[in-house]
Design a protein around this ligand. Structure first.
Ligand SMILES: Nc1ncnc2c1ncn2[C@@H]1O[C@H](COP(=O)(O)OP(=O)(O)OP(=O)(O)O)[C@@H](O)[C@H]1O
Ligand SMILES: [Mg+2]
Length: 207
């Protein structure tokens, strides 16, 4: 589903990724682990088409990212992203945050998803008036509302306690079981065991 060949990325003089190659199968749930600064976020951004690498090639579902003519349409169909910093719009409600991202704008569909993620009862609360765990669930809802083929989640359990972190990973696991390809980054090696495969990064390389 995702093929990365010899990905290199520099930020100015800094080398963030130094020749990363990997293959992720359709429906696979992969966790990237590694210390802070090892390149997890950079790799997720590149694999998800949000960042253009300094070198190397990413191919998704047989399509070279560089050669995709309508990248917006491609992203709508393929990519969901849960950011390390959730980026919910603070003054909108949870429902409105998800609705904004939804293509169909179907109210029942949005509520079903919020129910599934356990946040339907707080749908009308504004995003700055809920807990960290609820915020993470809301950003997952926003990322999957259009049923992307691939869900990228960068530290989706950052700042959460063990119980809530476990729940978030179980939710990702469920989407994975339904055929969505999941690529996540986490500091937590224990948590990563819920996924099908763990890829460990160190100083911008796969260990
Ligand atoms: N926007 C940027 N500008 C300059 N350097 C950056 C930028 N983003 C990341 N870096 C550098 O690139 C390297 C990899 O960073 P990256 O954010 O990918 O690591 P990470 O594994 O996600 O870390 P963390 O676990 O702290 O989120 C680090 O040395 C970092 O300082
Ligand atoms: Mg990061």
């Amino acid at each position: 589903m995702i093929k990365a060949k010899n990905i290199i990325h520099h930020y100015g003089q800094d080398i963030a990724l130094d020749g990363v190659s990997l293959y992720i199968n359709r429906g696979e749930f992969v966790s990237l682990v590694g210390e802070s600064g090892s390149g997890k976020s950079t790799l997720l951004s590149i694999l998800s088409t949000l960042l253009k690498p300094s070198g190397g090639e990413v191919v998704i579902d047989g399509k070279k990212i560089d050669e995709i003519s309508n990248i917006d349409r491609f992203r709508k169909e393929y990519i969901g992203f849960v950011f390390q910093f959730h980026y919910l719009i603070p003054y909108l409600s949870i429902y409105e945050n998800v609705q904004l991202a939804s293509i169909s704008k179907n109210k029942d569909e949005i509520f079903l998803l919020l129910e599934r993620l356990g946040i339907a009862d707080i749908a009308n609360k504004s995003a700055d008036a809920i807990s960290g765990g609820q915020r993470q669930r809301a950003s997952i809802a926003r990322a999957v509302i259009n049923r992307p083929k691939i869900l990228f989640a960068d530290e989706p359990t950052g700042n959460l306690d063990m119980k809530n972190s476990q729940k978030v990973f179980e939710m990702l696991r469920e989407f994975g079981n339904e055929g969505m390809t999941i690529v996540t980054a986490t500091h937590d090696k224990e948590l990563a065991k819920i996924s099908d495969r763990v890829i460990s990064l160190k100083d911008g390389q796969i260990e």
